[in-house]
Design a protein around this ligand. Structure first.
Ligand SMILES: Nc1ncnc2c1ncn2[C@@H]1O[C@H](COP(=O)(O)OP(=O)(O)OP(=O)(O)O)[C@@H](O)[C@H]1O
Ligand SMILES: [Mg+2]
Length: 259
């Protein structure tokens, strides 16, 4: 069993007006096989936590620690973190012009395993995983995320997760923009990947819909850069019906997506 431990994490981002503190003391322990949902209003720092675990250079950890089985994750480069078994499915996956999905996956797999996958097995794995995720095989020859629809980008993130088999995966709004069928297909992909390696999952979401497919044991409420409340799955239902008003000091409704 593996443990990802985040302790009293403070993170700043560089802005034109100088560094701005976004995470203000986040502590979270995730063990193999556990699913933790993180919910919270827009701008509360959920993606910042995801990027900080992955090692995005724009975010500076000013204090606190992240360890994976006692190893200092913050001392690792981005690719060392990936090799150690950490995976991030981004809220806004980036386009990689000139690199095909097929090449990208193979390069990532080789880098993470330290050796190239055996061609025959690999091609079969990629094909069958794409079929499971209802991705047409033509995607393999397209450039990563270039011209992909929102839902196609999310499927591609989970395709990576299934093939790379991480120990811990942070899924940042993997459910946003998915139609009902895609939500089920993508969730099944996450559950397959989770079962294969007994991975620990951090699922960042605004909606309880995905939690019916990927069931969390723990739910954490993020407000203004820290965890304001923790509970079991019932907390997610309560948040969806009540919103976040009771967590905001002013009693004002939390920021919305502007819909
Ligand atoms: N590069 C940056 N410059 C200035 N502010 C930033 C930067 N990156 C993040 N922030 C701010 O940090 C706060 C937290 O952002 P973050 O993306 O972590 O929120 P979130 O909880 O993921 O929100 P959402 O639910 O909308 O995805 C926001 O107020 C955001 O504007
Ligand atoms: Mg976000």
């Amino acid at each position: 069993m593996a443990t990802l431990q985040i302790t009293d994490l403070h993170v700043s981002v560089d802005t034109e007006d100088g560094p701005k503190e976004i995470l203000k003391g986040v502590s979270l322990t995730i063990n193999s096989g556990e699913t933790h949902a993180i919910m919270g209003p827009n701008g509360s720092g959920k993606s910042t936590l995801a990027y900080s675990v992955a090692g995005h250079p724009k975010y500076t950890v000013t204090s606190g620690s992240i360890t994976l089985d006692g190893e200092d994750v913050l001392a690792m480069s981005v690719d060392e973190r990936a090799r150690a078994g950490l995976f991030l499915a981004m809220q806004y996956p980036v386009e990689v012009p000139g690199v095909t999905v097929s090449n990208f996956l193979r390069t990532a797999k080789t880098a993470i395993d330290g050796e190239a996958p055996k061609v025959r097995h690999w091609v079969k794995d990629v094909r069958s995983t794409m079929t499971d995720l209802r991705m047409d095989s033509s995607f393999a020859e397209r450039n990563v995320n270039e011209g992909f629809s929102g839902g196609e980008k999310k499927r591609h993130e989970i395709l990576q997760m299934e093939l790379l088999q991480p120990k811990f995966a942070v899924l940042d709004e993997t459910d946003s923009g998915l139609d009902v069928d895609a939500l089920r297909v993508v969730s099944e992909g996450v559950n397959r990947a989770k079962d294969k390696t007994d991975a620990g999952i951090v699922l960042i979401t605004h909606y309880t819909r995905i939690l019916r497919y990927i069931q969390p044991q723990h739910v954490h409420v993020f407000v203004d850069g820290h965890i304001a409340e923790e509970g079991g799955p019932e907390l997610a239902d309560r948040l969806e019906s009540e919103g976040y008003d009771r967590f905001t000091q002013t009693g004002e409704p939390a920021a919305t997506t502007g819909a």
